[in-house]
Design a protein around this ligand. Structure first.
Ligand SMILES: Cc1cc2nc3c(=O)[nH]c(=O)nc-3n(C[C@H](O)[C@H](O)[C@H](O)COP(=O)(O)O)c2cc1C
Length: 463
């Protein structure tokens, strides 16, 4: 089973930073970054994963506070190359805004600095404000451009292959340092990108960095089946995931890609404690700490999300709820009338908090509204139960692994490594030691041939 640790300093749950003892100061992110990286490596995670967001604004304070202000992903993995020894390091880059040659240089360099542990997640972008930060018209370029993304990945691989592995002959006697035949120009010309090369950095230790692609649309899927080593996809149910994985791999196979590629990883947000009741109490607290429209000055602020009012909840559950207090219990006569969307919200609250309608520990409007306002892939339970969930998905052939998103740091990441990882190891679903040294080796991916060499071989064969 592949396990990646998604680094989000303020936590993957928007209310995580408000939990007692949680990391909440972006000025101290470097400290928590080091600590999490070392803990993830000690737990033998395959990789640390860094998402990216190229714009900010006060609206993110409520929606996703971790995106407000943080250390950028490429800088983070460059730094961690020196702080860690074995764990893989994956940074995200938005193909619409990154300069191809610079990205090739940086990623090849970090792969060298980390002895082959770097990976690259390519995304096509989501925040329209990013354009304005890159000298472009903010109204243009908000549509994800997958043709450009494909061109970028293909060109990156050619650039990484500029130097053959044995290009440096280093002959002190003759004075020949390189074999110039083994240095290749790129000369890639596409609709969006052109680059001459060669690259000013030697070939990465891994040959090509593993390419991750995170997306959901049909275009995103096309990119994954052709070019991704690892597809990061949010999948609602096991059945859906099994069908998705089987289908994507069959399509990849038809394109001539090896059996078993791409690997499929899905994000999960585990809330874990010694017992299920303790984990449910933590989740209950997270819900309680989601700011809702309770008429307070905070809720009146300009950027407060519109979906956090009882009115929004009425629409979501399909029943007019009137004007109850947020902490009022929701009566059975109301929940009975919930439409499908409402039933789903209610089931999620019951499963994740242990509360029941009109029970001793009762479901309130606050629970329903917070769950509606902050949809998450939360799995709440003891270490054993969370391991059961991951094992069930993995053994059903739904996914190859998981991107673990801790709701807050450090306590929840430590709870995962101390309660869930040993349980997965006991079941022989997860490694107890790193066997390989590169990220490719962790993921079971072969080191690719140099594309320029391959091309020359093909040409000589057909001549
Ligand atoms: C699990 C997951 C994580 C993602 N993380 C990021 C990210 O950190 N930064 C980013 O710009 N896009 C990220 N994306 C991708 C964007 O959501 C996506 O590129 C954009 O919405 C348009 O793509 P679409 O074709 O999937 O609709 C992520 C996607 C998924 C499924």
């Amino acid at each position: 089973m592949i396990l990646g640790a998604v680094f989000r300093a303020l936590g993957a749950h928007p209310a995580g930073w408000r939990m007692p003892g949680a990391h909440r100061d972006p000025l101290q992110d470097a400290r928590v970054l080091r600590r999490t990286a070392r803990a993830a490596e000690a737990a033998k995670f395959d990789y640390l994963f860094f998402g990216e967001w190229l714009a900010t604004g006060p609206d993110l304070e409520f929606r996703d506070p971790d995106l407000l202000a943080r250390i950028d992903p490429v800088s983070s993995i460059a730094y961690l190359a020196g702080v860690t020894k074995r764990i893989g390091l994956i940074a995200t880059a938005n193909t619409a805004f990154f300069d191809l040659f610079t990205l090739a240089r940086q990623t090849a360099s970090i792969d060298r600095l980390s002895s082959g542990r770097a990976g690259l997640n390519v995304v096509t972008g989501a925040d329209p404000r990013a354009a304005g930060n890159h000298g472009r018209d903010g109204r243009a370029g908000t549509e994800p451009n997958y043709d450009q993304a494909g061109e970028l990945v293909r060109a990156l691989r050619l650039l990484w292959d500029s130097w053959e592995d044995d290009a440096f002959v280093r002959n002190q006697r003759t004075g020949r340092l390189i074999d110039p035949e083994k240095l290749h120009r790129t000369d890639a010309v596409g609709d969006y990108l052109r680059v001459t090369g060669p690259l000013t950095v030697p070939r990465p230790v891994q040959g090509h960095l593993p390419i991750v692609h995170a997306g959901t649309s049909a275009h995103s899927r096309e990119l994954s089946r052709e070019l991704a080593d690892l597809a990061l996809v949010a999948l609602p149910t096991i059945e859906h995931a099994v069908a998705f994985r089987t289908d994507l791999r069959a399509q990849a196979r038809a394109l001539g890609r090896p059996q078993g590629s791409p690997l499929i990883v899905t994000p999960v947000l585990p809330v874990v404690a010694q017992t299920r009741a303790d984990a449910q109490a933590i989740y209950d607290d997270l819900l309680r700490l989601v700011p809702l429209d309770d008429g307070s000055p905070l809720a009146q602020s300009a950027d407060f999300p519109a979906n956090r009012s009882i009115r929004a909840l009425s629409a979501a559950v399909g029943v007019p709820l009137g004007t109850p207090e947020l902490d009022d219990e929701v009566p059975l006569r109301v929940t009975r009338r919930f439409a499908e969307g409402g039933q789903r919200i209610l089931e999620s609250v019951i499963a994740r908090t242990g509360r029941t309608v009109e029970g001793e520990s009762a479901v309130t409007y606050r629970h329903l509204l917070a769950t509606h306002a902050v949809p998450t892939a939360a799995i709440v339970g003891s270490g054993h139960e969370v391991a059961d969930h991951l094992a069930e998905w993995f053994e059903a052939g739904a996914v190859d692994g998981f991107n673990i998103q801790s709701p807050f740091l450090q306590a929840q990441f430590d709870a995962f490594t101390s309660l869930v990882v040993p349980e997965l190891q006991r079941r022989e679903l997860f490694r107890t030691e790193y066997e390989g040294s590169t990220l490719r080796e962790h993921l079971g991916l072969a080191r690719p041939e140099n594309l320029h060499v391959e091309e020359a071989l093909d040409a000589s064969r057909s001549a």
